[in-house]
Design a protein around this ligand. Structure first.
Ligand code: GDP
Ligand code: GDP
Length: 458
């Protein structure tokens, strides 16, 4: 099942250029008759292995006999309604204009998914515009150049997980309601096949041992495909059957090696980590046992959590440690303290050099993937919620008791839950934490990010 992507934005930002690049010029033949209102044109677009329908709205803006903003508003609204995802394009060189703001407002209100792209970002002329674009409140802007074909790997990285969402939805034939209330089979992760290998990113600070680890795994296991300096500019991925399971490993060490300027190292490896994290289902945060939990390690682990990835922490260079028991106890305690949002994430000690512990790491990756895909039935959840509430009722701000009425799991990868309640905005964070920690413990979901949404019942 594929999805549709509408390319929207004010005139001249580069929508057509982008459309043509995604669709291929030949397919994007347009009947250009001045004065005639054109319809939305669409084409079959391809971005590496992603296939989708691109909807171009360029040219529509000019055919105007009423005021430009009003007309654009109508057309954009239509495109927005038709499309699964909106790619909102701005011109990074001119920065945000009032017309961009009009679009942003429509998109914020109506679009199902918005991806913000700052076009014409080749070179450095677009840097200020890119920073300004954060202010639109539509999330992280992607820097692209439609004309030069740059930044498309970032677009791919954002589209990939969304496209999987559409596949999932098609597979379960969910009704239009955005909350899926069916009692599906518990614990049915997607099948891992050679075509759809489990995607792993190995991230960590420079010298943690990422290259050594990846090379060790590749050296010992059967290669499915050779190294591919693919998809992302700098992360390199390799397909391998690790312990009999097809996996694709994104190694981020390559980019670091390219960086010549020493001071840039830290900044680079975080940006670099971000890119790899977006591709991954499971993120292996590789720590150096001698210097664990550096700021940079924490940033990367936190990033993986915020991006909703399953996380496995691997402590490398364990061969060089002497007081192993004590060290491990300390590390577990520190981890819980500094990254409570990843409570219970597996912590595996390995030696990338000798290969010791790599089988445990492989097991932890599979387990993390399973938990990440975990689905709990609505029946179980509501029985559980009742127990939680009676053990510890929610507070009554200004004398009004918050009633938690009903709960369901709305998504997996990572698990996301919706609780229907009265006065959702008044529920204190501590109570949310109580629920999230409870879910983690009672339904055995250690380490995975858990999303909990409180929604008022209309
Ligand atoms: P549309 O009106 O939004 O469809 O914009 P077009 O695709 O027609 O592009 C408007 C102008 O911007 C054209 O002159 C393009 O050549 C130029 N343009 C498009 N993409 C880029 C880019 O990535 N970099 C630069 N520098 N110019 C671009
Ligand atoms: P990267 O920058 O994260 O890719 O790290 P490298 O793989 O280049 O490794 C950095 C250094 O750590 C190298 O000198 C490796 O030989 C060393 N190293 C990697 N893994 C281990 C290990 O398991 N034990 C020990 N003692 N050293 C290791």
């Amino acid at each position: 099942m594929s999805f549709s992507l509408a390319i929207v934005g004010r005139p001249n930002v580069g929508k057509s250029t982008l459309f043509n690049r995604l669709v291929g010029r030949k397919l994007a033949i347009v009947d250009d008759q001045p004065g005639v209102t054109r319809d939305l044109r669409d084409g079959e677009a391809k971005l590496w292995d992603l296939h989708f329908t691109a909807i171009d709205t360029a040219g529509l803006e000019d055919a105007t006999d009423d005021s430009l903003p009003a007309r654009m508003r109508r057309l954009t609204e239509r495109a927005v309604e038709e499309a699964d995802i909106c790619l909102f394009v701005i011109d990074a060189r001119t920065g945000i204009t009032p017309t961009d703001e009009v679009f942003a407002e429509i998109l914020r209100k109506r679009a199902k998914h918005v991806i913000l792209a700052c076009n014409k970002a080749e070179g450095s002329a677009g840097e200020a515009g890119l920073i300004e674009a954060w202010g639109l409140g539509l999330g992280e802007p992607l820097a692209i150049s439609a004309e030069h074909g740059e930044g498309l790997e970032d677009l791919y990285a954002v589209l990939l997980p969304l496209s999987e969402g559409f596949e999932e939805r098609a597979a379960s034939e969910a009704p239009e309601v955005d909350v899926d209330v069916g009692d599906e089979d518990e614990d049915a992760p997607r099948p891992i096949t050679a075509d759809k290998p489990l995607q792993i990113a190995v991230v960590g600070r420079p010298n943690a041992g990422k290259s050594t680890l990846v090379n060790k795994v590749l050296g010992e296991e059967r290669l499915l495909t050779g190294p591919e300096a693919g998809i992302t500019r700098d992360a390199i991925s390799v397909g391998v059957e690790w312990g009999g399971v097809p996996m694709r490993i994104f190694d981020t060490a390559g980019m670091r090696k390219k960086a010549r300027v020493q001071e840039k190292l830290e900044k680079l490896s975080v940006a670099d980590g971000l890119r790899a994290v977006r591709f991954a289902e499971v993120v292996v945060v590789l720590l150096d046992a001698a210097i664990p939990f550096e700021v940079q390690d924490l940033k990367i682990a936190d990033l993986a959590e915020r991006e909703g990835r399953a996380v496995v922490v691997a402590v490398n260079k364990w061969d060089a440690e002497t007081e192993k028991q004590e060290k491990l106890r300390d590390m577990r305690a520190t981890f819980e303290q500094v990254l409570p949002q990843l409570r219970g994430a597996p912590l595996v000690t390995i030696s990338a050099r000798t290969g010791k512990g790599l089988d445990k790491l492989q097991q932890a990756i599979l387990e993390a993937h399973r938990v990440w895909n975990r689905r709990v039935t609505t029946g179980q959840l509501n029985r559980w919620l009742e127990g939680m509430v009676s053990r510890h009722p929610p507070p009554a701000p200004q004398g009004k008791r918050i009633k938690l009425r009903y709960m369901t799991q709305a998504k997996t990868r990572p698990p996301g839950f919706v609780v229907m309640c009265s006065h959702p905005d008044k529920l204190p964070t501590s109570y949310r934490r109580y629920l999230v920690n409870g879910l983690r413990e009672d339904f055995d979901m250690p380490g995975t990010p858990i999303r909990l949404t409180m929604r008022s019942q209309a």
